[in-house]
Design a protein around this ligand. Structure first.
Ligand SMILES: NC(=O)c1ccc[n+]([C@@H]2O[C@H](COP(=O)([O-])OP(=O)(O)OC[C@H]3O[C@@H](n4cnc5c(N)ncnc54)[C@H](O)[C@@H]3O)[C@@H](O)[C@H]2O)c1
Ligand SMILES: O=C(O)C1=N[C@H](C(=O)O)CCC1
Length: 266
């Protein structure tokens, strides 16, 4: 099996920590550097206590991605830096695997075009949990038969972006199956602003942020005399790691950007 040299951006974050553990346990991956906001030049093993990993930390992403012999960048940072790192990776011939959410449609288009012009594979996945990918696909299917739908996404209270990347992706998939239409009473009025949630093409998205939550979503469809709820819960961030592993492996075999893990699953 060919070794894949990996850089992780955001190694001290909740997802970054899980990604480092996954990399340490997988023979095909070699951690060659990390990008962090602090700890320039220190060993990641000393900063995180993960003894098997002795890669060096860079605080300047441009220097890191230019200097290091890397195949893949795994980015688990913030919307602002995730976008910058994705562009820098592609410009330096490195394939990005991005879990960071909150990219704007324009940013997504820009990095998609960059990946195409460089003929370099890239994966941006708003949700790496296989169960969440199935929840989105089942929702797309259900929307054929139940065009009225609302999405409730629930996350921990440290999350920066709302709605979640998963909720936006779910709405995009559902949009492919149903006509845009207003839901609820035609004369409905909000007596408190945003009471009905965010609107995507007539679909409503409601975002809950509370301590204790990890990542959860319910997609509720309503029809005559019945409702259908499709629900997924990530109870631990380990749930995302088989998807990160798949993406960091398969990104080596593609030459365009894919948005969503479903493009890599059988
Ligand atoms: N795709 C998925 O399956 C999935 C799952 C969970 C979280 N996420 C997304 O992943 C991202 C990270 O989530 P988290 O829960 O680990 O957040 P977190 O806040 O725990 O971690 C983010 C880390 O990024 C670091 N960081 C910030 N700016 C940086 C920079 N310029 N360079 C390097 N590091 C920088 C922070 O120091 C922090 O350690 C978020 O965008 C979140 O929405 C995606
Ligand atoms: O913890 C987060 O932040 C998560 N974000 C993703 C999103 O925005 O959809 C999903 C998984 C957890």
């Amino acid at each position: 099996m060919k070794q894949i040299n990996v850089v992780v951006a955001g190694p001290r974050g909740k997802m970054g920590q899980e990604a480092l553990k996954m990399i340490a346990n997988e023979e095909q991956f070699q951690l060659v550097a990390c990008i962090d906001r602090k700890h320039e030049g220190e060993k990641i093993s000393e900063v995180t206590g993960l003894r098997d990993l002795d890669a060096i930390i860079y605080t300047d992403a441009e220097v890191c991605l230019n200097e290091v012999d890397a195949d893949v960048l795994i980015d688990l940072t913030t919307p602002e830096f995730g976008y910058k790192h994705t562009k820098l990776a592609l410009e330096n011939g490195i394939r990005p695997v991005v879990g960071t959410t909150g990219f704007t449609p324009d940013q997504l288009e820009e990095v998609t075009n960059l990946s195409e012009s460089k003929q370099l594979g890239a994966v941006i996945a708003p949700n790496f949990a296989v169960g969440a990918v199935l929840m989105m696909q089942f929702s797309k299917w259900a929307a054929k038969h139940f065009p009225d739908v609302e999405i409730i996404e629930k996350h921990h209270d440290q999350k920066l972006d709302a709605p979640s990347g998963t909720a936006i992706k779910t709405a995009d998939l559902i949009k492919e199956e149903r006509e845009s239409h207003h839901q609820g009473h035609p004369d409905e009025k909000e007596t408190l602003q945003s009471a009905r949630g965010a609107d995507v093409d007539g679909m409503k998205i409601h975002s809950v942020r509370l301590p204790g939550l990890v990542a959860h979503q319910e997609v509720i469809f309503g029809g005559l005399g019945q409702t259908l709820t499709i629900k997924h819960d990530s109870l631990h961030r380990e749930s995302f790691m088989s998807g990160v592993k798949l993406a960091a492996t398969e990104v080596m075999n593609i030459d365009t950007l894919v948005y969503g893990l479903e493009h890599l699953l059988d």
